[in-house]
Design a protein around this ligand. Structure first.
Ligand SMILES: Nc1ncnc2c1ncn2[C@@H]1O[C@H](COP(=O)(O)OP(=O)(O)OP(=O)(O)O)[C@@H](O)[C@H]1O
Length: 309
């Protein structure tokens, strides 16, 4: 049985101006999983994370972190969480080592130098430990934020838009780090609007839009359940229009009439491909190449948000 480490139940948030950013969100996260909260700008991702971390007060609902009520037992709940915020929030004049050690002490932990050294090494920051934050590059500053969040050995790490504006090398390092942390038992929750990030990193994905959690599913199941494939036929002779009588396949003509595209559901028992090919043969529409491709989580996500908006 998976062990829940975070339980969010019936959480809504209406801001002072009257805007409701979250509508009755229920979410359970299991220990050791990598969960991606995927949603467009303004969907409510940061609001939800801020509520879980005790930065924003929910209008309704409850949050339990490792069994501790995040509202009535805030300190115990918060100690289990490390938060990597979107914005830089560090003292520019401090050194890397002092900043990270300070974060650890803030949670009542002693300056455990071996642990901090490991965190700094994992993030390729050890050589920079005596540098002042202001002397670091933007990417290095982001690494310091992660080191700070990990300093007190949290069980859950929140990464709010971890790779927004980050270069490829840092993105790759972060993905590696996330997997290493998970191997050590840390639960990772990341928010993103980069679908590839969810696709690459997460075990489960939650899709949020306009403050509503539309669905939560295993990434693989989500891809399979909603996964569509495209069949592209490269025609011998270009067509001016999709031939009449083929409406049931909802075909598209691309590439100046040279490619006929059929989008089908790969999970259906009958995909409609054999009958389509027979119809084309009957009409003497010849093709010289045929290719199928899987649609990405991105297509699925766009479809979902459009359908349920
Ligand atoms: N303090 C606030 N007062 C009023 N409205 C707010 C406040 N903070 C956020 N909102 C609104 O709540 C909605 C959700 O914002 P939130 O920052 O949670 O979205 P997000 O999914 O994190 O977006 P992004 O991907 O752009 O960071 C937005 O419409 C935002 O304008």
């Amino acid at each position: 049985m998976p062990e829940p480490i975070l339980a969010v139940a019936g959480v809504s948030k209406t801001y002072k101006g009257g805007f409701t950013a979250l509508h009755h969100v229920d979410l359970t996260i299991n220990k050791g999983e990598i969960f991606a909260l995927l949603g467009p700008n303004g969907a409510g991702k940061t609001t939800l994370i801020s509520i879980i971390c005790g930065i924003v007060t929910p209008s309704t609902g409850t949050i339990h972190v490792a069994g501790h009520d995040a509202l009535t037992d805030y300190k115990a709940a918060r100690r289990r969480i490390g938060l990597v915020p979107q914005e830089l929030s560090v003292d520019m004049f401090e050194t890397v080592l002092a900043t990270v050690t300070f974060s650890r002490r803030l949670f009542g932990r002693s300056g455990h130098s071996a642990y901090i050294e490991q965190v700094l090494r994992d993030l390729s920051l050890w050589d920079k430990r005596d540098a002042k934050i202001m002397e670091l590059s933007g990417g290095m500053k982001r690494r310091v934020l992660i080191a700070k969040a990990l300093a007190h050995e949290p069980e859950i790490l929140f990464l709010d838009e971890p790779t927004a504006g980050v270069d490829v090398a840092l993105r790759r390092d972060m993905w590696k780090l996330v997997h290493r942390l998970r191997e050590r038992g840390t639960t990772i929750i990341l928010t993103t609007h980069y679908i590839e990030e969810a696709e690459e990193m997460a075990d489960r994905v939650g899709v949020i839009n306009q403050g509503k959690l539309l669905l939560v599913d295993d990434k693989a199941a989500l891809m399979q359940k909603l996964g569509k494939r495209e069949l592209d036929l490269t025609l011998v002779d270009p067509l001016d229009a999709v031939p009449a009588g083929l409406e049931r396949w909802q075909l598209d003509l691309l590439n100046d009439g040279k490619t006929l595209r059929y989008v089908f559901d790969s999970t259906e028992e009958h995909t409609g491909i054999p009958s389509l090919l027979r119809e084309l043969a009957d009409r003497h529409i010849a093709f010289k190449d045929l290719e199928t491709s899987k649609s990405s989580l991105e297509d699925i996500f766009v479809d979902l948000v459009r359908e349920r908006a």
